[in-house]
Ligand binder design. Structure first.
Ligand code: WQD
Length: 338
């Protein structure tokens, strides 16, 4: 089966492309390299022995998108392409709404024109907003998100839900990611954001490799076991596997399906620090700071539905992800002469 992957050279996209190739799917990637690098295509080929077909343009460009649908005739789509920095979205809301929604509209128009019915959408646990209770299940209320970025996910989920309500032959999977971390065991794929990382693990990776002095722990006065924020950290390779399972589910004419992709376990910031130190043998100095505005105290996934309906089960834990993330950062620094 031929799958079109938008944003396929990004952090989660590239790991998913590797998994798709390993599962004998034919992969076509569209990526505008806004938040990814062309060298990732070489690395996917190095890992799998197969070089996916690649087009470099913005998914909002409908004329180019139509040409790809005509030429490649995809049978399913995985849609990762979109801006995803929470803080930036607060500062630049129009940029986020325009990009994330317009790219989705262009894709949906082409799917309708070329009769493509199967779509996996990269959504986020952020659609649950400030949880009333944890673990969060797929029946937990979707709320107005805490950022324009999160709001684009809420809106696109709603658009896809309404489309499926009138097009019974559409099969759409809304995958709500919790906190993706880690990297590919080869050290060739991982997350190395430009500038100072906002997210916890990329920041710790920079501390571990000497690029940053210490970790700022944003608050230790939450109502959690050690006072620091609790999240559900899922290894990116497990997350990629979840996409392959969702694609196979759509092939059974499932209609609209919604799944949390998480480990089902909450881990605090300080527990992550200790896991990182245990996995790598490297001391991670930290300093307690004020809470970060917009952070929720605790957030982790209910995983029964994905396990029962997809057979989804995480193979890796936080320590595995810490070691894989560190190894990637070290290798990337060496490749970049840092
Ligand atoms: C995790 C924990 C922080 C950095 C975000 C997006 C979410 C999703 C995943 C896209 C929190 C603490 C962090 C630091 C810290 N992205 N922290 N020091 O905010 O849970 O989720 O990324 O879908 O949409 O909101 O992830 O890694 O930023 O924070 O103490 O330098 O680590 O307070 O408790 P978050 P995060």
């Amino acid at each position: 089966m031929k799958v079109l992957v938008t944003g396929g050279l990004g952090f989660i996209g590239s790991h998913t492309v590797v998994k798709l190739i390993e599962n004998k799917f034919d992969v076509v990637i569209i990526d505008n390299l806004f938040n990814s690098k062309l060298v990732v295509l070489d690395r996917i080929e190095k890992i799998t022995g197969i070089r996916p077909v690649f087009y470099q343009f913005d998914v909002q460009n409908k004329e180019k998108l139509r040409e790809v649908f005509i030429k490649e005739k995809p049978e399913a789509i995985i849609h990762f392409a979109g801006y995803k920095a929470v803080g930036e979205s607060v500062a630049k809301p129009l940029m986020y709404y325009q990009n994330n929604l317009e790219s989705t509209f262009a894709l949906l128009d082409c799917m309708a024109e070329f009769n493509v019915k199967n779509l996996v959408f990269s959504s986020s646990a952020t659609v649950y907003g400030l949880p009333d209770k944890v673990p969060l299940t797929e029946d937990s209320p979707v709320k107005s998100a805490t950022s324009p970025y999160g709001e684009t996910k809420v809106m696109i989920e709603r658009i896809l839900t309404d489309i499926c309500a009138v097009n019974k032959d559409y099969n759409v999977a809304l995958l709500r990611y919790f906190n993706p971390i880690g990297a590919h065991k080869s050290g060739l794929l991982g997350e190395d954001p430009n500038g100072i990382p906002n997210n916890l693990l990329p920041y710790i990776n920079r501390v571990a490799t000497g690029q940053l002095k210490e970790l700022n722990v944003f608050g230790d006065d939450y109502d959690t076991p050690d006072g620091t924020g609790v999240r559900d950290y899922i290894h990116v390779v497990d997350l990629a596997e979840g996409h392959v399972l969702a694609l196979k589910k759509l092939a059974t004419n499932s209609g609209l399906v919604i799944y949390n992709l998480g480990t089902g376990k909450g881990t605090s910031v300080l527990e992550v620090v200790h896991a990182y130190e245990k996995a790598t043998g490297i001391k991670i100095p930290y300093i307690i700071k004020e809470r970060r505005p917009g952070d929720v105290p605790e957030n982790y996934a209910g995983t029964d539905k994905a396990r029962k309906e997809l057979g989804f089960k995480c193979k890796f834990n936080v320590e595995d992800a810490c070691l894989d993330g560190y190894n990637f950062q070290k290798a990337e620094n060496e490749r970049n002469g840092k």
